[in-house]
Design a protein. Structure first.
Length: 125
């Protein structure tokens, strides 16, 4: 289960970050199908991280709690940034959204490693 969840976080997160970078660089319009794909991919990554956090709660409690907070904050910040008019504030919120998006990937890797290590898997080669 851990392997499937980490793969979902990686794929969803990288697709969401790639589309987000295309929006930020003005290569894609921030509307329609690209925006929907970004939201779906990011949602898959965030939900998979929450499931990893639940799975790893007994093994890495603090990391699991922080991961759940980041997983909830990322889409919340993304929704919030759509209604911002002030350009300076929009830049700060965009940066916060990017940081939390990368945080989703980072926390997923940390949790997956700790979950697998607690089961006795050999990780380092």
């Amino acid at each position: 289960m851990t392997t499937v969840l980490i793969i979902l976080v990686r794929l969803g997160g990288l697709i969401a970050l790639g589309l987000g970078a295309a929006f930020f660089g003005k290569y894609l319009p921030v509307e329609g199908v690209p925006l929907l794909a970004h939201k779906i991919a990011g949602g898959i990554a965030a939900l998979s991280l929450v499931l990893l956090a639940i799975q790893g709660f007994s093994r890495a409690t603090v990391v699991a709690i922080l991961a759940a907070i980041v997983a909830a904050a990322t889409p919340a910040i993304g929704i919030y940034q759509q209604g911002i008019v002030d350009i300076e504030m929009a830049k700060l919120v965009h940066i916060a959204h990017i940081i939390t998006g990368v945080g989703v990937l980072a926390f997923a890797e940390i949790l997956a490693k700790r979950i697998k290590a607690s089961r006795g898997y050999a990780l380092a080669h």
